[in-house]
Design a protein around this ligand. Structure first.
Ligand SMILES: [Fe+2]
Length: 261
């Protein structure tokens, strides 16, 4: 067994064409820049963990574009949906990357959950998803586990975003507690770097590969922080090392109306 290495890229908000712009950022270009940065910073062989909002509006062409970039660059990747995604459309168009909700890598288990709901931007676990989580945890019994989901189960101290935290997170927490081996939770959605605790479980939220939200903001607001990603190392002894990297040379942001988050 050896260390399991992942790169989390989240909230890509890709369009069906390469010229999609969100918050003044061309999302395709910034995603490619993040991918290149992870390579030049020594994470090029990592498994990519794509934690939702892969498209800006569930466009089939956005998922096909993503499939092509990943395939052309020889990437291994797993994914889960966010509130801007549509699960069936993802499955149909990410043809070379089938959905894999439970992974065993080295001595570790990885559980990918769907916290999106059809009628709004906030997080929620359906009864079916909770049942899948329970089955996944049973399958991973005895292994240290990393759980990934789009929404955060904890507050990030931004009023508008905290209204969107997973509304029934306590049901999942009870399961994770009973399993006893969940070492960390990785999320997207909040478009910012935020490390916290969900009772005793570390929760790591990560910057988007395009535009970031202002931290500690009452209302929706964008930050000037550049695109970023998270690297994750899962060690044989069950410990987790992780860190966030922001692009150092990114100057693309321009002033446009900001809608559609
Ligand atoms: Fe997002």
């Amino acid at each position: 067994m050896s260390t399991v290495r992942l790169t989390q890229i989240t909230d890509l908000h890709l369009g069906a064409t390469k010229d999609e712009i969100l918050g003044g950022v061309t999302t395709y270009d910034s995603f490619l820049s993040v991918l290149r940065a992870s390579e030049t910073q020594g994470h090029g062989d990592n498994l990519l963990l794509l934690t939702g909002d892969l498209a800006s509006d569930s466009q089939p062409g956005a998922y096909r574009l993503l499939n092509k970039v990943l395939d052309d660059n020889g990437k291994k990747a797993v994914w889960l949906p966010g509130n801007h995604d549509h699960f069936k459309t993802m499955q149909d168009n990410l043809r070379d990357y089938p959905f894999t909700p439970v992974l065993i890598l080295g001595g570790w288990g990885i559980l990918l959950l769907d916290s999106s709901k059809p009628d709004g931007p906030g997080g929620h676990f359906s009864d079916e998803e909770l049942a899948r989580a329970e089955a996944g945890l049973a399958q991973l019994a005895g292994k240290p586990v990393l759980v990934a989901m789009h929404h955060s189960p904890v507050a990030v101290n931004s009023t508008w975003l905290d209204r969107q935290r997973i509304d029934n997170q306590q049901k999942l927490y009870a399961m994770l507690l009973a399993h006893g081996q969940v070492k960390a939770v990785i999320t997207g959605h909040v478009h910012q770097h935020h490390d916290s605790l969900w009772h005793d479980i570390p929760v790591y939220s990560s910057p988007s590969s395009c535009v970031q939200f202002e931290q500690y903001s009452h209302d929706f607001a964008l930050s000037d922080n550049p695109p970023g990603y998270r690297w994750i190392e899962l060690h044989e002894d069950g410990s987790v090392q992780t860190g966030v990297e922001f692009l150092q040379d990114f100057t693309q942001r321009c002033d446009v109306d900001c809608v559609g988050y």
